[in-house]
Design a protein around this ligand. Structure first.
Ligand code: BES
Ligand code: MN
Ligand code: MN
Length: 485
């Protein structure tokens, strides 16, 4: 009895070994395919980058739609079935799928084909929608410069090309679905509804998103969380009309001064946000977890140099890494009012405005924080002005525990692709749909992004390293294999 058991086990081992080597061979074929076609992949990405799919600016509506068409065409050519350009109240969602067997797991790939406006245009070395490759200190083998190269066209395109490679080499190990949206950069207002109305169509076991960055090319990471967002616009009204600054100056509240004082009062000298109750629901990360995340060493000198700063600041008691990931923040994004044209105009404006973003961490919610901000802002306003707070889009924070199947599959995939240990890393940006996916589809998102924080996303001269692009394409089939088991 004992003997048979151990022989069976031995046989099983042999079997799993030969299965493993078969799988490894197949993976090698897929990786070879990627290597043979990588030049073409870049050329195809260039065509996508040439389309100015700026969702925030309605003047580019046709370009956004054209971009959706091209994405759908790529999905079809790569081998996806049921490719569809799904209409929403805003820009369409491009869908496609390959269902091999209903009993196999299904991975949903999410990305966005819209981009941020490219302004200020004169700070671009070459036009933002004329992609080109140039070497940089950080990217010695070259980077693709264009709006959307890293955020997110270059990143979701890695999935399309990895999918093509898996299809062409018969190595797709499970089902896959794609949703590529065109409104991420303006808050994904219609995506929640789309996901809600298409639960069946989007049913999946996990979601994989490449729309974040790694710590560095030397120290790859899997993003284990993102911050949420509350975004408000504020208005301070003083006198009912603009006034002559000579006739009235010195005797009336100037709304620009009032607004400046109010904004200055929102954060104290320790970097602490002064809004009543702001920290009530903030999850205090354990000392253990903080030690683990700080294995990624802050390099203050490098950090300062990369953004042209003499000194940094932030919440007391936290490292830069922590300040930009596990701690909530408040930033004024824009402030205006009065005369900003050429020359001088002596005027006390009637109104002053500002846009303010707050990055949130578990368990803060955008509704809660927007309400607390509004109450606080109204409270600190002097009696002689009127204030108005208008909420914009927001989003929930998201955390993927590092012991989940999804996280481990991504970590191992990247470890194979980079040949290095991969650490977890909480990102500071926001992708609000991740929390919605979990709520509506009951599936977790793994954030397997490959950009670098120096890629200048949302800025002039956005770029994406060729090294990162290729490592991403290689990591995707490895992820699929690890996840499908
Ligand atoms: N891809 C970014 C988010 C991101 C980038 C997260 C790098 C982590 C690392 C996304 O396109 C984005 O810009 N999101 C916006 C929020 C959205 C609601 C407009 C953001 O974070 O400001
Ligand atoms: Mn993005
Ligand atoms: Mn973005």
């Amino acid at each position: 009895m004992l003997w048979i058991k151990s022989e069976n086990r031995y046989k099983q081992n042999l079997f799993s070994q030969s299965l493993k080597s078969k799988k490894n061979k197949l993976m090698q074929t897929t990786l070879n395919y990627i290597d043979e076609h990588k030049q073409r992949f870049v050329e195809e990405l260039f065509e996508l980058l040439k389309i100015p799919s700026i969702s925030a600016d309605s003047a580019y509506k046709n370009e956004v739609l054209k971009c959706a068409d091209l994405v759908a065409e790529h999905l079809k050519n790569a081998g996806a079935d049921n490719v569809e350009i799904c209409q929403t109240k805003g820009y369409p969602v491009v869908f496609g799928e390959k269902i091999l067997d209903k009993n196999l797991p299904t991975v949903l790939v999410y990305g966005h084909y819209d981009v941020q406006p490219p302004d200020p245009l004169d700070e671009w070395k070459k036009p933002p929608f004329e992609p080109y490759i140039e070497k940089t200190e950080i990217h010695p083998s070259g980077a693709i410069f264009a709006r959307g190269s890293a955020d997110d066209k270059g990143q979701f395109f890695m999935h399309l090309k990895a999918f093509e490679a898996m299809m062409k080499t018969n190595s797709l190990p499970c089902n896959v679905k794609f949703i590529l949206e065109g409104e991420e950069e303006v808050g994904s207002a219609n995506l929640g509804t789309f996901v809600n109305e298409n639960r069946e169509k989007l049913a999946c076991d996990c979601i994989v998103i490449s729309d974040t960055h790694i710590y560095s090319n030397e120290q790859p990471t899997v993003t284990s969380g993102l911050r949420g967002l509350s975004y408000v616009e504020v208005e301070v009204e003083g006198p009912s009309i603009d006034l002559h600054s000579g006739l009235y100056g010195g005797a009336v509240p100037n709304p620009i001064h009032v607004l400046s004082r109010m904004i200055a009062k929102l954060i104290d000298e320790n970097g602490h946000i002064m809004i009543d109750g702001f920290y009530d629901n903030v999850q205090e990360v354990s000392a253990e977890e903080r030690a683990e995340m700080n294995r990624l060493k802050d390099d203050p000198e490098k950090f300062k140099k990369s953004i042209g700063l003499k000194g940094i600041e932030g919440e007391k008691g936290y490292t830069t890494l922590e300040r930009t990931s596990i701690r909530p923040t408040l930033d004024c994004n824009g402030i205006w009012g009065g005369y900003i044209g050429e020359g001088a105009k002596t005027v006390i404006p009637s109104k002053a405005f500002a846009k303010i973003s707050m990055r949130l961490v578990p368990y803060q919610t955008p509704e809660e924080i927007t309400e607390k901000f509004t109450k606080h802002f109204e409270k600190i306003a002097p009696d002689n002005v009127k204030v108005k707070v208008t909420p914009h889009h927001g989003g929930m924070p998201y955390v993927l525990p590092t012991d989940t199947k999804e996280f481990i599959a991504a970590k191992k995939a990247m470890e194979s692709a980079f040949g290095k240990e991969v650490l977890p890393f909480r990102g500071g940006g926001s992708i609000p749909i991740t929390a919605m996916f979990e709520k509506i589809l009951g599936a977790k998102s793994v954030l397997m992004g490959f950009g670098l924080d120096s890629d200048a996303i949302h800025s002039p001269n956005e770029h994406y390293g060729l090294f990162n692009f290729y490592k991403g394409i290689e990591s995707v089939p490895l992820f699929f294999r690890n996840y499908a088991g």
